[in-house]
Design a protein around this ligand. Structure first.
Ligand SMILES: Nc1ncnc2c1ncn2[C@@H]1O[C@H](COP(=O)(O)OP(=O)(O)OP(=O)(O)O)[C@@H](O)[C@H]1O
Length: 238
């Protein structure tokens, strides 16, 4: 397994109750996993723990056989090589597409940057738009730029927080397909969170259903959708 998460427990310093409880799941190399849950179920918190922005109170996370956190170890976010794509894409408005994409590439030669930029622009199919500013491209294109920026660091894992929520509903199905294709082309393992079952159905190889910080059911997408083990999960996919 490429990502192995065991028995995570977590609470924010100022929260009264645990936000995640006995959270255990694993991801095969190259798979796309969707953590599906209602607002407040703890989805973003899982991504923050995987990328190292928060430290669990208990539990272990392994990425590519390396322990990134357990009771005795904590690997910093910079050293984890996890590419992050946030809900609002967080592109810098005063930087061009090219500048945004290269933002995270530090201490590399001009030639390296040029080559890397060409490579990721080709992958996301936006070579023509590299000198535009974020407000001059569509929401779906901005999303691809945010993904490209995460890819330039050569991540072993990509995590995405609600990657489709800012997009026009009409565009969502087309963009879901595009994003799945791009990610599958890279072969990079990815975990995204969503509150929308359509995202999970159309993109994910595996679905993890989260409710109030606990996993209700997890499994291969088709299997889980056709064999819900609770009324809650059946209701989600009805
Ligand atoms: N920094 C924080 N301090 C205290 N509590 C927090 C903090 N961030 C989130 N929470 C709480 O933790 C719980 C889980 O939040 P989280 O953002 O992980 O949920 P989510 O499923 O991603 O929700 P949404 O879909 O609305 O983003 C919520 O009850 C939230 O209020």
């Amino acid at each position: 397994m490429f990502v192995e998460i065991e028995n995570l427990n977590f609470k924010y310093k100022n929260s009264a109750e645990d936000i995640l409880n006995d959270f255990t799941f694993s991801v095969k190399e190259g798979d796309i996993v969707c953590i599906l849950g209602e607002s407040g179920s703890g989805k973003s918190t899982v991504l923050r723990l995987i990328s190292g922005l928060e430290e669990p109170n208990q539990g272990t996370i392994k990425i590519n056989n390396d322990i990134v956190v357990n009771d005795n170890n904590f690997v910093s976010p910079e050293e984890r090589e996890v590419g992050m794509v946030f809900q609002d894409y967080a592109l810098f408005p005063h930087m061009t597409v090219a500048e945004n994409i290269l933002f995270g590439v530090k201490g590399k030669s001009k030639e390296y940057k040029k080559k890397k930029l060409a490579e990721v622009l080709k992958l996301i199919g936006l070579e023509e738009l590299k000198n535009r500013y974020p407000h001059q491209i569509s929401g779906g294109q901005q999303q691809r730029v945010a993904l490209a920026r995460a890819l330039t660091i050569g991540p072993s894992l990509i995590v995405m927080d609600e990657p489709f929520s800012s997009l026009d509903a009409n565009l969502q199905s087309k963009i879901r397909e595009e994003l799945r294709k791009i990610i599958k082309r890279t072969g990079i393992t990815s975990i995204f969170v969503s509150h929308d079952k359509e995202d999970a159905i159309s993109i994910a190889d595996k679905i993890v259903v989260l409710k109030d910080g606990r996993i209700v059911q997890q499994g291969d997408s088709q299997e889980l959708i056709s064999n819900p083990t609770s009324d809650y999960v059946a209701g989600l996919f009805k």
